[in-house]
Design a protein around this ligand. Structure first.
Ligand code: DGL
Length: 302
């Protein structure tokens, strides 16, 4: 089983693409609705919340967890992989949603040699990234792109409250006005240099990608993060077969867990997943938050 974690409902946009690309795999989705949104929380808190959710997915039997949340990927993934996973769950792995996008932007695979399948219309020089405030403050996109594609100029734009506005179903005109402002801010930062690519670096933004499209200048290529993640996961499972479904295991059928109110979430899930989702409340508490040392000292069950 493959775990998919998000702060709330937005990760369903990623799961939808994963299910479409890998229909035989079994996914277990966990939305931490009780603590969403993460985009306004401090990094240490996001780290602790993400760690306990990932731990829970491992305890539920997932071998691999995809952190579908950009904010959690930006501030928690690297620390989890380096400081927690090797002692707490040495035989499991965690992936995020940045690597496939950075591979596409840099035109280079993260580990294996060779170019990526994605090829821009023209050699890209300037990339606009729209994300939550915490993702932008973490500079995760900027840092990785500087290392892997130093020729690219990255313009990052925080879109405070945009994810909440989308989730709460604000009027289209209000959302449109906000997006116009964010795109305007990026164009001002570009200062006349053409923007070649745009990344919507938040799980909620695919729902309003037409509005971003409308305000971005013509000729800007928008990367589809969920599809890139699905291609990335398919590629990863092809190389790491032990995380993929075995032929003797049942195929398909995802399950959906939430730390929040399953009925309320089921009502909004359709906009994110394309079909209403039967969420179940997490049985039992998530393990307490604590330091890496505390987690490493706790022997994992299973
Ligand atoms: N899932 C978050 C992300 O992709 C957006 C919602 C939140 O702030 O929790 O950044």
């Amino acid at each position: 089983m493959i775990g998919v974690f998000d702060s709330g409902v937005g990760g369903l946009t990623v799961l939808r693409a994963l299910v479409a690309r890998l229909p035989e795999e079994r996914f277990l989705y966990l939305g931490d609705h009780a603590f969403a949104p993460y985009g306004r929380r401090p990094a240490d808190e996001i780290y602790a919340l993400t760690r306990r959710a990932v731990d829970r997915l491992f305890r539920e039997g997932c071998g691999l967890v995809v952190i579908a949340c950009n904010t959690a990927s930006a501030v928690a993934l690297r620390r989890l992989q380096q400081a927690w996973l090797p002692t707490a769950w040495p035989d499991r792995n965690i992936l995020g949603v940045f690597v496939p996008v950075i591979e596409a932007l840099s035109g280079r695979k993260w580990t294996a040699p060779g170019p990526t399948r994605y090829s821009p219309r023209r050699p890209a020089r300037t990339v606009a990234v729209f994300a939550t405030r915490t993702t932008v403050q973490s500079n995760a996109f900027g840092r990785e792109l500087k290392a892997r594609a130093p020729h690219l100029t990255v313009l990052q734009q925080a879109c405070p409250r945009l994810a909440e506005a989308i989730e709460e179903g604000w009027a289209q005109e209000d959302i449109d006005r906000g997006i116009a402002r964010y795109v305007g801010a990026v164009m001002a930062k570009a200062g006349g240099t053409p923007v070649d690519l745009a990344v919507l670096g938040c799980t909620h933004y695919p729902l309003v990608q037409d509005l971003f499209r409308k305000h971005l200048p013509e000729g800007v290529t928008m990367l589809d993060q969920p599809t890139l993640c699905a291609d990335g996961l398919a590629d990863y499972l092809g190389r790491r077969k032990r995380f993929a479904r075995r032929a003797d295991e049942p195929a398909g059928a995802s399950r959906f867990l939430t730390s929040g109110d399953p009925e309320a979430i089921a009502l909004i899930s359709e906009r994110f997943f394309g079909a209403a989702v039967p969420f179940e409340h997490l049985r039992g508490d998530l393990p307490p938050q604590g330091g890496d040392e505390a987690a490493a000292a706790e022997p994992p069950a299973g």
